[in-house]
Design a protein around this ligand. Sequence first.
Ligand code: FE2
Length: 249
Amino acid sequence: MQPMTRRHLLQWAGVSAATLVLPVGCSAGGKGEDGKKGEDKRGDTYPFTLPKLPYAEDALEPHIDAETMKTHHDKHHLAYVNALNAALKDHDDLHKKTLVELIRGLNDVPEKVRMAVRNQGGGHLNHSLFWMMMAKDGGGDPKGELAKAIDTDLGGVDKLKDAALKAALARFGSGWVWLVFNKGKLAVRSSANQDNPLTEGDTPLLGIDVWEHAYYLKYKNLRADYVKAWWNVVNWNDIAERYNAAKKS
Ligand SMILES: [Fe+2]
């Protein structure tokens, strides 16, 4: 596994894939060790690799327990990476595509492999984002321009949390709840399975995994308790960086 550092923080910039910087292991033309954009080939494209967690497995305790983190990352996320690689193995034409290009351009992926890219590629991308959207000293309130935008577009952070909870509870089965940016505005969305907002043209800023594997060991069937607790580990700095990058693009 490759290390995932602040230098590799995601900077979602909604329009051009070239401006997206993902953690090593799933990046889309991100900066390499030498700082040259687009030259980091460690997992940029097929074969994809599992990025290392940016903190210890128990760093998010007591809100997200260590056993869940370990299983979620080492088993579930790894399974998405392996299944994506297996699906793309015989599709040389897709080996030069970055993960973001595959997901954003899902409708252009050959039909034979499209569902695998949607589910396994989406799973790899979503989880790579998710680890960075949380932090050991997370929680609190957003600051700066992001806070102003949340006030203006959503009526404040409490309203954002209410909307996210509603979306989480309304999502039947497995999926994600997102704070997205599109055409200068923030919005709360949810997606089924491992679908990512990029495919719909939205830029994901924040995502909450509401698959049972994300919470069942600690919260059992109480999805609402997990979603409420999740805000104690949200990495607002990461969300703000992604928001600022998206706004500039
Ligand atoms: Fe998950």
